[in-house]
Structure formats: structure tokens, C-alpha cells
Design a protein around this ligand. Structure first.
Ligand SMILES: [Zn+2]
Length: 435
């Protein structure tokens, strides 16, 4: 509310409070416009609870900054004709990247998260990419070369897309493994063999934009919240199943990062004191039992021990992928079925714990690992039902579908948009300004 017109304030607030209230009011208007393409000023007033003069003043300011388009008078339905306005979604743009071991997927989106440009930049040659895809241990990578590659990909995208560089208001970078989004430090990356590598600051200093580094499962959750099945759902979990296992948790409409940015890392919940070695250095984690990497490891170990499988002999398993294991299971291969089922069971055990703590309305399963299909996910659902706290409301949807890399990159852009449209009372990771 504008205190001079709407508030029965009995004392004069400090200047900082006035500014914060103005920011909150403007944020209210922008967020209502974001969800409704065209609105009259009167409807905006009703939707925000702000007075007509306050809405007019904010709309005038936003119009001056190019963020709102004044569409003039609409058609009257009996009374005075409405004055229509809409958010100018092309006023600003954000860049989202998914950083993978073998490539960078990059998108540029407008303020409604609509992709206006996409590109993929290779980071590895074909032989090294095959090594990466086979689930073999990651090769160590020099952070400086990856930072250079990210910056060059952004510069190339700006050049090729024709988007005015001055209209870019932030860059989101998604990477797997735990990330401290506040400091922009990659805490641990099994893909790159990194520990505590600062990424956001060097990229920001070189490009001149605010940069948010985010765990890729959180970018997945942001994507689901902005343009996927999580839209309009207050509390949900988006699970990424692939070489690793992680999740992004949205609670009360906000991405929940936890105190150190490691919330949702249920892949490192230990299900047993003993068990297979995990990428985190411990044993018996969900990820060590249930990830794609674990499945490929178990298939190879069983074949080495002489178990018969239609997947081939040990020397033929160099190019083994989760898709091949799933196809073999579909064609009746008993070893593939057994290992997928075991992985699904442990995934379900881990998810039951996460769901018991968070009590989500919706659970979304995504990532490369969904290729394994029902041989993996039927046992997962069975294990969830057997292990979850029984009093939970079980209206949970299991949605399994493969994701393309551009969707993850778009999710990284959505993390930036989420921060920009965040209420001014919420802590923000970026100081980006619209308009
Ligand atoms: Zn672990």
C-alpha cells in the first residue's frame, strides 16, 4: 500500500520502510501481471488490494521503464471503458545454462520464461564423452577451462541471438552435486571431480551480470514450478534420477535450499551402515544403491562374476547405458530386471523418508534415469507405499518422462526469474533490476 493514501499510519515511517513498501507494492503489481496477460487497472487494483491511484502511479512508473505496455481503452461492458495494461515480457531477458560433463546447454528466455534462443556447446571430444556416458569415474577437469567455456558460450549466444546484451539481467548456471547458491560455490561435483570450486563470482566478474549457481535438481524444480506440473502447487518435490540422485524441494511456493544450500540431497541419505561406496565417500547412500551409475556398476560386477545376460560379455560392456539395460529387461533379461528392481526399491526407500519429512502434494520423477521405465519405477512405488508414514495425505502423482537438456537450462533461467520476481521481503541471491 502507498502509506500516504491507503494506510492509517499514526507515525511517519522511516525512509527505508517507505521504500520497502513501495517495492512490495510494485512487486505485487508485477507478479499479478505476470500471471495474467492483459488486465485493466481496475482489475489490478482488485487483485492486489491497492487503491486505484496507487496502481496508476505504479503502472506509470513501470510503463516509463518499458516493463508495462499501456494498451489504452478496452471495450466497455456497461460502465466506464477499462484501461488495459500488460507486462512487456520482452523488456528483459535471462540466460540459463545446464553444465554437463560433455556439453553446456544454454537458453535465453524472456520474463515469462519463454525460450527465445537455444544452443549446445560441446566440452569433450567423442571419445571422452563416451567415457563420461559409460558411468566410468569422472576425469578431473580444470575449473578455469570450464569457466572460460561458460563465458564463451554466453558471448556466442549473445552474438548469435541478436538479444541486446544490456537487456540481460542475470545468468543461472545449473550443475549436479551440492551447491552453496549464496556464495556461488560448487561444494562437490562428481561430474567434474571438484570440491569447493567458486564459479558464480568469476563468471559474473567476466560477463558483468549477476550469476546464480544452482544445484541442477533445484533448476528442475524451478522449471516444474514455472512451466511444468508444479505450477500452482505450493509444496512439491522434483526428483532427478540419473548418474546421481537429487531433488529440488518447493515449500509454500519457494525453493527450499536449506541453511547451506544442500536441502533435497536425499541421494546421500544412508540406508545402511554397509553397502556400496558412494560418490560422497561414504557407503550405503541411496545414490550408491539406486543411481544409473550404481545400476551399470552392478551389471558389470555380475557379468564379471559369470552371470549370463543378453547384454553381452564383460568386454562388450564398455558402451553400456541405462537405456540398453532397460531394453534388455523389456526383452526378458533376468539380470537387467533384477538390478533395475533392486535400484527402484532403494530409491523408493529414500523417497519415503524425504516425503515423510516434507509431506509434498506432488512428486515428480525426471532425469535420464526415467528411461529405465516400469522395471525400475514399479518397485520404487511399492517401496514408497511400504515405507512412508501412513498418516500422510497420499495424493501424490508419479510422472515419469525423459527431459531434454534445454529444459534443465530453462530451469536455470527460471531460478533467476524466481529471484527477480521474489517478494522484496524475501532474501534475494541477485541484485538484478528490471527495466
Ligand atoms: Zn553419498
Amino acid at each position: 500500500m502507498n502509506p500516504s493514501q491507503d494506510s492509517p499510519a499514526t507515525h511517519r515511517p522511516r525512509r527505508g520502510n517507505w521504500q520497502l513498501m513501495a517495492d512490495i507494492n510494485r512487486n505485487l503489481v508485477v507478479n499479478v501481471l505476470r500471471t495474467c496477460p492483459v488486465m485493466s487497472r481496475a482489475d489490478l487494483s482488485r487483485a492486489t488490494g491497492l487503491s486505484g491511484p496507487t496502481v496508476s502511479s505504479i503502472v506509470a512508473d513501470l510503463t516509463n521503464r518499458g516493463l508495462v505496455e499501456d494498451l489504452g481503452q478496452g471495450i466497455s461492458s456497461g460502465g466506464r471503458p477499462p484501461y488495459l495494461v500488460r507486462l512487456n515480457e520482452k523488456a528483459n531477458f535471462v540466460i540459463g545454462l545446464k553444465l554437463m560433463g560433455h556439453a553446456i546447454s544454454l537458453v535465453i528466455t524472456d520474463l515469462s520464461a519463454t525460450v527465445t534462443y537455444a544452443q549446445v556447446t560441446a566440452l569433450l571430444g567423442p571419445a571422452a564423452a563416451q567415457h563420461q556416458a559409460s558411468g566410468s569415474p569422472a576425469l578431473p577437469r580444470d575449473p578455469r577451462s570450464i569457466i572460460d567455456a561458460i563465458c564463451e558460450a554466453v558471448e556466442q549466444a549473445l552474438c548469435s541471438s541478436g538479444v541486446d546484451a544490456s537487456r540481460i539481467i542475470g545468468v543461472g548456471v545449473g550443475i549436479n552435486g551440492p551447491v552453496d547458491a549464496t556464495s556461488g560455490v560448487c561444494r562437490s561435483s562428481p561430474t567434474f571431480n571438484w570440491n569447493n570450486v567458486p564459479l558464480a563470482r568469476p563468471i559474473s566478474e567476466r560477463l558483468g551480470y549477476p550469476v546464480i549457481l544452482e544445484n541442477d535438481a533445484n533448476t528442475l524444480a524451478a522449471a516444474e514450478q514455472w512451466f511444468g506440473r508444479g505450477a500452482g502447487i505450493d509444496t512439491f518435490i522434483a526428483v532427478a534420477v540419473g548418474a546421481g540422485i537429487g531433488s529440488g524441494v518447493v515449500v509454500n511456493g519457494q525453493l527450499y535450499r536449506g541453511a547451506d544450500g544442500a536441502a533435497g540431497e536425499f541421494g546421500h541419505v544412508q540406508l545402511s551402515d554397509t553397502g556400496p561406496l558412494c560418490s560422497c565417500g561414504r557407503t550405503g547412500c541411496v545414490e550408491a544403491w539406486a543411481s544409473d551409475r550404481a545400476i551399470l556398476r552392478d551389471v558389470r560386477a555380475a557379468v564379471d562374476e559369470g552371470t549370463k545376460t543378453s547384454l553381452g560379455r564383460a568386454e562388450e560392456l564398455n558402451g553400456l547405458t541405462i537405456g540398453l539395460v532397460a531394453a534388455a529387461a523389456e526383452q526378458g533379461d533376468e539380470l537387467s530386471r533384477q538390478i533395475l528392481s533392486q535400484a527402484g526399491h532403494y530409491l523408493g526407500r529414500g523417497l519415503a523418508m524425504l516425503m515423510t519429512v516434507i509431506n509434498p502434494r506432488l512428486l515428480i520423477i525426471s532425469g535420464e534415469g526415467v528411461q529405465a521405465g516400469h522395471w525400475r519405477f514399479d518397485p520404487m512405488i511399492k517401496a514408497i507405499k511400504a515405507s512412508i508414514f501412513p498418516d500422510l495425505n497420499a495424493e501424490i502423482i508419479f510422472a515419469t518422462e525423459p527431459l531434454d537438456d534445454a529444459r534443465w537450462a530453462r530451469g536455470a533461467a527460471c531460478v533467476v526469474l524466481g529471484e527477480i520476481f521474489n517478494a522484496p521481503t524475501q532474501p534475494s541471491l541477485v541484485q538484478a533490476k528490471l527495466g
